[in-house]
Design a protein around this ligand. Structure first.
Ligand SMILES: Cc1ncc(COP(=O)(O)O)c(C=O)c1O
Length: 311
């Protein structure tokens, strides 16, 4: 997907021009992957626009940085204000927002502690991520998700996405839209950039955080909506083959939103169409983000964007 530029990027407290947001090739992050980041969507609701679960995303950025001993000299509130500032300055909605903190230019060598932390926030128009309105055809990846005690899954770190890239490239080359990775014990983990849900016998199943998954904010939103609907939820280690015999399966994520799976390893899930529980959750999610239902959980932070740009 080609990147569509905007005008401003927030850098360490101020707005700079998009083309000025550059770093030196000897920056620590380029050599050792020392970054943590977020992906956030801003949706439009009628005449207005709102950023989805902004506080939770900025808290996760701070948590990711804490795990990697990366000092962030801003509070959650200040980072939320910075997101609002850059989105309003660029005047683009709906859009995708990318805050990133990384170790910049300072020292060479693995130890990051003496390299400065740089924080940038960009936003840009971005459309559908997982292709296939008819449902996604996915495979089980030959790559495992990150083993515990190697790379912490609860940190959304740039380096984790080398593993995601292997999963995604393999899927793509073999004619699938996405890969589902198992954890190192062979249990279902997640997609290269999405959490995974199954439905069987009216119960929703998803892998717990201990199965090497990111603590997805869309995952949490779907669990909240499902609880409100009274749908039973089980978070437990899930065997791979449950995916072949479930009634429904779907991905959640900021990029993927709620995307139903049509098949796994060319085995059709039920008749391949979106199932009733996925459909209900999909509708409830999109009704909130599109402003068609009351935002009862205060998930949207309003932004004043004069010019809405269709994606
Ligand atoms: C590996 C991985 N898992 C899950 C998710 C879903 O998380 P969220 O819903 O917070 O976007 C993402 C997306 O950020 C991801 O990259």
């Amino acid at each position: 997907m080609p990147l569509q530029t905007t005008t401003n990027i927030w850098h360490n407290g101020q707005l700079i021009r998009w083309e000025k947001a550059q770093i030196h090739v000897m920056s620590h992050v380029i050599h050792y992957g020392s970054s943590v980041f977020e992906g956030i969507r801003c949706y439009t609701q009628g005449d207005g626009a709102g950023v989805f679960r902004l506080r939770e995303h900025m808290q996760r950025l701070i948590d990711s940085a804490k795990i990697y001993r990366m000092p962030i000299p801003y509070t959650v509130d200040q980072l939320c204000d910075a997101v609002v500032e850059v989105v309003e300055a660029n005047g683009v909605a709906p859009c995708y927002i990318r805050p990133i903190a990384f170790r910049g230019y300072g020292e060479i060598g693995v130890n990051p502690l003496k390299s400065p932390v740089e924080i940038y926030i960009a936003n840009f128009p971005w459309g559908k991520y997982v292709q296939g309105d008819e449902g996604a055809d996915v495979c089980i990846s030959s790559w495992n998700r990150l083993a515990p005690n190697t790379m912490p899954s609860l940190a959304k770190a740039g380096a984790n996405y080398m593993n995601s890239q292997l999963i995604r490239m393999e899927a793509d080359i073999n004619g699938y839209v996405e890969g589902v990775a198992l954890d190192t014990n062979g249990y279902l983990s997640e997609g290269s950039g999405e959490n995974l849900f199954l439905v069987r016998g009216g119960t929703i199943y998803t892998s717990p955080l201990a199965n090497s998954v990111l603590n997805g904010i869309t995952r949490d939103s779907i669990l909240t909506l499902a609880r409100q609907m009274g749908i039973p939820i089980v978070e437990q280690a899930l065997p791979r083959e449950l995916l072949y015999i479930c009634d429904e399966a779907f991905f959640t994520g900021t990029a993927a939103e709620v995307t139903h799976l049509r098949s796994v390893d060319r085995i059709l899930i039920a008749d391949g169409s979106i199932g009733p529980i996925t459909s209900k959750l999909h509708k409830a999610f999109f009704d909130i983000v599109n402003g068609l239902a009351l935002d009862k959980y205060n998930w949207l932070t309003p932004v004043k964007v004069r010019e809405a740009v269709a994606v």
